[in-house]
Design a binder for this molecule. Structure first.
Ligand SMILES: Nc1ncnc2c1ncn2[C@@H]1O[C@H](COP(=O)(O)OP(=O)(O)OP(=O)(O)O)[C@@H](O)[C@H]1O
Length: 257
């Protein structure tokens, strides 16, 4: 089957979410192709994190459809969705501060693959978990800090660790919620490099406010305003889109590249 005929990795169809009387997601449509990196941008309160919660099973949509590789996942639990190959990180750093960096990653590997390892001989299972942990430490540039308490890492390294935790299960679809928030320009550039490396061969959907990161990293940008995707196109096309400029980018002044 050619790529053209494969189902999209992720598809949102006319998605709605209401909280009481507030209509937060308002008919969102989106399609992600295998292997692409897509940034979700939009003003504060546009509904970006809410959309992530709907996709990853943290909240149920009021109506509409969410398909993961053609399979309806609306209404499934976060655990079921993660078992189907979707991993997400959160806006707030989500690590175990009193565990070492390596143990944070080891726990993530076990949590993602525990059922697989349990059937194998104990020693070989342990070896595989350790190998995967080492691989993640290297990928995230954290080998030198592997024995440190995660809570003692710099903020940027904590975010790198969190990316390691997110990818530990080798999910095919990765959702990152503001992975460079609160970082300096240099730290954000390093985080973008890390994200680029770890997302090779995967499909990436990320919420990001830093336009340098967005324009340098992704294949397409989806713009969410008032719970609706008002445009989804290449970075160059989005930059020149007058509707987007008026609704969002225009208000960002110097942050535009
Ligand atoms: N559980 C909830 N109950 C009621 N309202 C909610 C709930 N979760 C989110 N909202 C509201 O939905 C709107 C969108 O919030 P959301 O966090 O999704 O926006 P966002 O685009 O991610 O914003 P930001 O860029 O500031 O993180 C906000 O007005 C928020 O107050």
């Amino acid at each position: 089957m050619s790529d053209q005929h494969q189902p999209h990795v992720l598809e949102l169809r006319n998605l709605h979410k209401r909280f009481g009387g507030a209509h937060i997601i308002n008919g969102a449509d989106l399609q992600l192709r295998q292997g692409e990196r897509l940034a979700l941008i939009g003003p504060n309160g546009a509904g970006k994190s809410t959309l992530f919660n709907l996709i990853s099973g943290g909240a149920a949509a009021s109506s509409g459809e969410i398909l993961l590789r053609g399979l309806q996942i609306g209404g499934m639990s976060p655990f079921q969705i993660s078992r189907l190959g979707l991993a997400r990180s959160f806006q707030i750093t989500n690590i175990f501060p009193r565990l070492s960096v390596a143990d944070n990653l080891r726990a993530a590997v076990l949590s993602a693959h525990g059922d697989r390892y349990v059937f194998w001989r104990r020693l070989s299972s342990l070896r595989l978990v350790n190998l995967r942990t080492q691989e993640l430490l290297e990928q995230c540039g954290l080998q030198a800090s592997s024995g440190m308490l995660a809570g003692d890492l710099s903020y940027a390294d904590q975010r790198a660790l969190e990316i390691g935790i997110t990818i530990a299960g080798d999910a095919g679809l990765i959702l990152l919620d503001e992975p460079t928030a609160g970082m300096s320009r240099d730290e954000a550039a390093a985080a973008a490099d890390l994200i680029r490396r770890v997302s090779v061969g995967k499909t990436l959907l990320m919420i990001e406010h830093d336009m340098d990161v967005v324009f340098g990293l992704v294949d397409r940008i989806a713009v969410l305003v008032d719970g609706r995707i008002i445009a989804c196109d290449t970075p160059a096309a989005i930059r020149n889109n007058r509707v987007v400029q008026a609704a969002y980018l225009g208000s960002m002044g110097a942050e535009q590249p």
